[in-house]
Ligand binder design. Structure first.
Ligand SMILES: CC(=O)N[C@H]1[C@@H](OP(=O)(O)OP(=O)(O)OC[C@H]2O[C@@H](n3ccc(=O)[nH]c3=O)[C@H](O)[C@@H]2O)O[C@H](CO)[C@@H](O)[C@@H]1O[C@H](C)C(=O)N[C@@H](C)C(=O)N[C@H](CCC(=O)O)C(=O)O
Ligand SMILES: Nc1ncnc2c1ncn2[C@@H]1O[C@H](COP(=O)(O)OP(=O)(O)OP(=O)(O)O)[C@@H](O)[C@H]1O
Ligand SMILES: N[C@H](CCC[C@H](N)C(=O)O)C(=O)O
Ligand SMILES: [Mg+2]
Length: 493
């Protein structure tokens, strides 16, 4: 595409060179630049992309997009804000893929990955090829690409949508993190539907206040716009049991569809009963009711099921297809996943890494546990420090024994993170025989499993599907499921 044509939607830009130049690709990372690419310089939290313009040119960049003065032997286009421009140029370069498919965005503190996976399963079962982008991976059909962030940068998102469209996607279900909304990573994405799961404490290191966090989440609903889309309304699917929904309903011109358990909602659950084997409920909607027998466990998963059902109902998917699909779903990788080596106690790996999710998951365990409940948990480094004492207190309050260990320490000292968690136990007067600490996560899992007796439940929280542990100087292979499995076998010997 000619550079001039690519730049057409932008206003107030100037250039030092010839904009008739042909552009064959776009990159924001100099390390990925190929000959013919437009390199976009983004100021980051760690480094400034402008400092890599020279390197990009050496690798063959045909032009540079910048927001401050740089030296280069290729045309440089200056715009006031490269990040904003990137979203438009990415959308345009990749042929506006989100205008050619329906994008369902899911935001909220907990349940995004689970809800997007449920939506994907239902739409696929109804015969609509659906791509997925989120914490675990991005995928269309059986092709998988790795992700670094839950919601990638705008350019990479538009590239991913193009890939999905070329593979036949009619829909994409994507997780939209609050960081992404705040940083404008989803600018230019044409959402058909926005789904809100819930809002509870997390990421205060980044957003500083819950009000800022709420406002960031709200951007998804204001971004839905107020136009019809191919004879279809835009839909905002909101959890009526969460007070943040009121704010989001005010922020959107889309049709609001509510779901919930407590209050009167458009899609609601009644008569919920939870056992160790699954969850039963009656799902009522204004287009009919169904009885569901889910393999997934927990009230929180009922919310995910309601959100996914509402998102699919507005697409005209029959309730019968929704029922058939949801009843088959075993769960999502690393979320309430059992590790079974034939032992007489239960071991569950779960991705709870926020106070609310940890409390929910422990309450769910309590509903069916016949023996003692152990909870192995840590908190991530370089992340919201204020959740550390709260999560430790929740673990000790809801489990019989809390095992305080490391998660991904990142640049921090693992013992210092544990010390901050312990402050929550001391402050709440929790007895010392209700918890112990073990900084090495492998040892913590091993010791806990060795202590477990018949009918006990061991919940290993925080890392779910992750297959790594991020330490100060390196990232190592680490998988809670593998660790638990090994420990169970070792105990049997
Ligand atoms: C705080 C934050 O969000 N940082 C994100 C940000 O990194 P950064 O600003 O430090 O980037 P940088 O390293 O300074 O680079 C600036 C620019 O220079 C370029 N560069 C850099 C080096 C080089 O050699 N050449 C080069 O061109 C980079 O490509 C970039 O364009 O931009 C990067 C590229 O898009 C992101 O990967 C990175 O996410 C980091 C890894 C991260 O941990 N983010 C977390 C907080 C996050 O975003 N989490 C949410 C999910 C939260 C949840 O759901 O719970 C998410 O959506 O993932
Ligand atoms: N609707 C929900 N409400 C509260 N907790 C939930 C809900 N759904 C899942 N959880 C808990 O939160 C954990 C993470 O779930 P999931 O991965 O679906 O959330 P997420 O929003 O994608 O998280 P992330 O912010 O890491 O992307 C689960 O392992 C479970 O413990
Ligand atoms: N998307 C979340 C994942 C946290 C997972 C947990 N294992 C940790 O490392 O803190 C974040 O980046 O905050
Ligand atoms: Mg997720």
């Amino acid at each position: 595409m000619q550079l001039e044509e690519l730049l057409a939607p932008l206003a107030l830009w100037r250039t030092t060179g010839d904009v008739k130049t042909e552009i064959t690709g776009i990159e924001i990372d100099s390390r990925k630049v190929k000959p013919g690419d437009l390199f976009i310089c983004l100021p980051g939290f760690t480094v400034d992309g402008h400092d890599f313009a020279e390197k990009a040119v050496l690798q063959g960049a045909a032009a540079i997009l910048a927001q401050r003065s740089i030296e280069a032997d290729v045309p440089v286009i200056y715009v006031p804000d490269t990040r904003r421009a990137m979203a438009v140029l990415g959308d345009r370069f990749f042929g506006q893929p989100t205008h050619l498919m329906k994008v369902i965005g899911v935001t909220g503190t907990n349940g995004k990955t689970t809800t997007t996976h449920l939506i994907e399963r239902i739409l696929e079962a109804a015969g609509h090829p659906t791509g997925i982008i989120g914490t675990i991976e991005m995928r269309i059909a059986d092709e998988v690409r790795e992700v670094k962030n839950t919601t990638p940068e705008a350019l990479d998102l538009h590239r991913a949508f193009r890939w999905m469209k070329d593979k036949g996607a009619e829909y994409a279900a994507i997780e939209v993190s609050s960081h992404a909304l705040d940083m404008g990573r989803v600018r230019g994405v044409r959402f058909a539907t926005g789904v809100f799961t819930n809002l509870t404490q997390d990421h205060l290191d980044y957003h500083k206040t819950m009000e800022n966090y709420l406002q960031a989440k709200g951007l998804l609903f204001s971004q839905l716009g107020n136009e019809y889309d191919r004879e279809r309304m835009k839909y905002a699917i909101l959890n009526i049991d969460d007070p943040a929904s009121e704010t989001f309903a005010r922020m959107t011109s889309a049709q609001v569809i509510t779901y919930g358990i407590r209050d009167k909602a458009d899609v609601r659950a009644r008569d919920i009963s939870i056992t160790a084997m699954g969850t039963k409920l009656k799902l009522e909607t204004f287009v009919g009711s169904i009885d569901l027998t889910l393999r997934m466990i927990g009230n929180f998963n009922v919310y995910n099921v309601l959100a996914a059902t509402a998102a699919c109902l507005v697409e005209g998917i029959p309730l019968e297809t929704i029922k058939r699909t949801l009843e088959q779903v075993e769960g999502v990788r690393g979320r309430f996943e059992r590790v079974d080596a034939g032992q007489d106690y239960t071991v569950i790996v779960d991705y709870a890494h926020t106070p609310d999710s940890l409390e929910n998951v422990l309450k769910t365990v309590r509903e069916f546990a016949e023996g003692k409940v152990y909870c192995v948990v840590g908190c991530g480094g370089d992340r919201d420090r204020t959740k550390r004492p709260i999560m430790a207190a929740i673990a000790a309050r809801h489990a019989d024994i809390a095992v305080i260990t490391s998660d991904n320490p990142r640049s921090e000292d693992p013992q210092a993170i544990i010390d901050e968690m312990i402050e929550g136990l001391v402050a709440n007067g929790i007895d010392k025989d209700r918890y112990f600490t073990q900084v090495d996560r492998r040892e913590a899992i091993r010791e806990t499993i060795h202590r477990a007796g018949p009918k006990d439940v061991v919940l290993i929280a925080g890392k779910g599907h992750e297959t790594y542990q991020i330490l100060k100087d390196k990232t190592i292979h680490f998988d809670d499921k593998e660790e638990a499995y090994q420990a169970i076998l070792e105990k049997k010997k």
